[in-house]
Design a protein around this ligand. Structure first.
Ligand SMILES: [Zn+2]
Length: 121
């Protein structure tokens, strides 16, 4: 089966994995949300990892890689906490799915930044 979604740490250009469905991709972001910033794979690969973090971004590649990538969601991890962001082009059903994940029990300490995506993030 062809992977249509993938997760990259945009801050370090580090590919985490490829997924065959949006749900699998979101499940992986959800798993990452439960891991401390200083444990793999959330521990940044740079020498300044202690003051750094990850910007795990879930991309929708259904129209073909490199053609029109769509950001579905981002999970940033750092010492000050993890934060979900909904991508600028996320559709309502995706926002609901991300919302549900972000509000779940294990992700309680995560602040939901949905619907307030900023371009300079
Ligand atoms: Zn770094």
């Amino acid at each position: 089966m062809v992977a249509m979604f993938f997760i990259i740490d945009d801050d370090h250009q580090d590919m985490l994995g490829e997924y065959t469905s949006l749900d699998f991709g979101l499940a992986e972001l959800y798993r990452l949300a439960g891991i401390p910033y200083d444990e793999d794979p959330n521990r940044a690969p740079c020498t300044s990892w202690a003051g750094c973090g990850r910007a795990w971004t879930l991309y929708d590649d259904r129209v073909g890689r490199g053609v029109d990538l769509r950001v579905v969601a981002t999970l940033t991890t750092s010492q000050s906490g993890h934060e979900w962001s909904v991508g600028p082009d996320a559709v309502p059903s995706e926002v609901d799915a991300i919302d549900a994940r972000a509000r779940s029990r294990r992700a309680r300490r995560i602040r939901l930044a949905a619907k307030h995506w900023s371009a300079d993030h």
